[in-house]
Design a protein around this ligand. Sequence first.
Ligand code: ADP
Length: 198
Amino acid sequence: MNDRPYLIGLVGGIASGKSTVARAFERRGARVLDADTIAKGLLDLPDVRRELAAAFGDVETGGRVDPPKLAKAAFATEESGKRINAIMHPRVAAEVARIVGEWRAAGYRGLVVVDAPLLLEAGMRSSVDAVVYVDAPEAARRERARQRGWADAELDRRERLQWPVERKKAASDAVIPNAGTPEELEAAVDEFLKRRAP
Ligand code: ADP
């Protein structure tokens, strides 16, 4: 019996299917933490607001940090991307650790899946037990990002702020392929869990 939850960090390129894989794990009993959601929940902390204002000027609407406005400022250049990462990454990592600590204290010993696209870039490798890379072909990712309303240029710009996908893959402990249908993806998650089972 483990004495603590087992943490999986999910990484992959933009629109590779990380959230979809996280939901598949959730249906199989895992608990999921989403780094983006956690980050958004931290935006209105007084010291975060102060640091964001110092770095990017006015990114608020009606007295609250406005995520689209912030994204526009933060993803403008490589430099601004580094700045927002430096503000948010350590706080997101601390929040993940805090939540998992609470679950552990309450007796949870199961799987925790952390959907954190920038986990490796953020230096959070050592805060999870395994990094799993969701592997979707670039053409499929582009098509899915387009359906999300992103032009190719937007995807390129955001990806330049991340490690190249090949580097992420090489730094991961396991790969879940997502080159086929949603059903095949479900099967790949089952396969992964089967391999991992003690
Ligand atoms: P990410 O979290 O990596 O950005 P998502 O899980 O949100 O990616 O997936 C991006 C989009 O692609 C979503 O609309 C999702 O439903 C869709 N998608 C993911 N995997 C598949 C698949 N195998 N077949 C069809 N659509 C998929």
